[in-house]
Design a protein around this ligand. Sequence first.
Ligand code: DAH
Length: 350
Amino acid sequence: MNEKIIALQNEITEKLSATTDLSELENIRVATLGKKGSVTALLKGMKDLSPEERKSFGAEVNSLKELVTRKIEEKIKELKEKEIQAEIEAMPLFDITTPANLQRGSYHPITLVQRQCETIFKSMGFAVIDYPEIVTDYECFEALNIPKHHPARDMQDTYYLDNGQLLKSHTSAAQNAILKKYGKDLMEKGMPIKAIFPGRCFRNEATDACHENTFFQMEGVMVDKDISISNLIFFMKTMLSEVFRKDIKVRLRPGFFPFVEPGFELDISCLICGGDGCPSCKQSGWLELCPCGMIHPNVLSEGGIDPEEYTGFAFGLGLTRLAMMKYGVKDIRNLNSGSLKAMSQFTDDE
Ligand code: DAH
């Protein structure tokens, strides 16, 4: 083997084994295999040799180049592993017995009142049903006796999808499907339909202290033979006295909704101002909390139930309003603010 090559090989090998960090290694790589490196210089010098010499010298330089390349790669791997090992050793010891710094989360006030209402209605034999947020025009309006171009639609402008579906503007949108699904049991087994269906609703409207584009309602229906307004009033009163745990002033006044006949507005005296009038109750002292009524015969027959034989009531409890009243939230917009500071102060006091 050519002496020059042997000398260079020894020199490089020594340097490589003495290297302890990656940037020094990179310097060696450039100084040997780089454009102006020592190994590259040997390769370039070959053009001055005779063809005879060039053959054996070339083979030797190439194997030196391969050797150096391999040794550099091995060294990179070795140094990287050392670096990782050093990092691991520098880490503080993990102590499984150290108590965790647990900051407990809390439920949103709407979740709290929703659960509370569910418990109350379940104890009175109502089933709790989940329903999608995206519905059809038929579910949201047509099946509820609100044909196209009916002025009642103006009150419930919502968000439409390209395929014609929409974000439900009220939980009443689930009524038709529920009547259809449980109507059979009603007629075959003589069992009443008693169901509540809480859900998120959407409306395209200007927001203020008491209006939001996203809010929660809880709809309820009861259908059987001989259901009357007295049944409706009984369930509403029981629910309110359970939720507030005190006597609440309520009033029932006529209200128009195409899917009930007769229809009512059930108002409660504003608990924020005590009935004197404030922005939360639009200065009226009263809050519309639970519109309700006797299910319209057209809605019953659209749900496959004979209105000559059966009657029922329906209500649309404003869960968001209820949460505001119960917890004294003055501005509805706080509820969707995502502010942990504002929302984490409520606890389940049951
Ligand atoms: N869906 C109505 C709304 O959001 C509220 C409502 C009124 C629901 C009367 C009912 C009802 O079930 O009987 O405006």
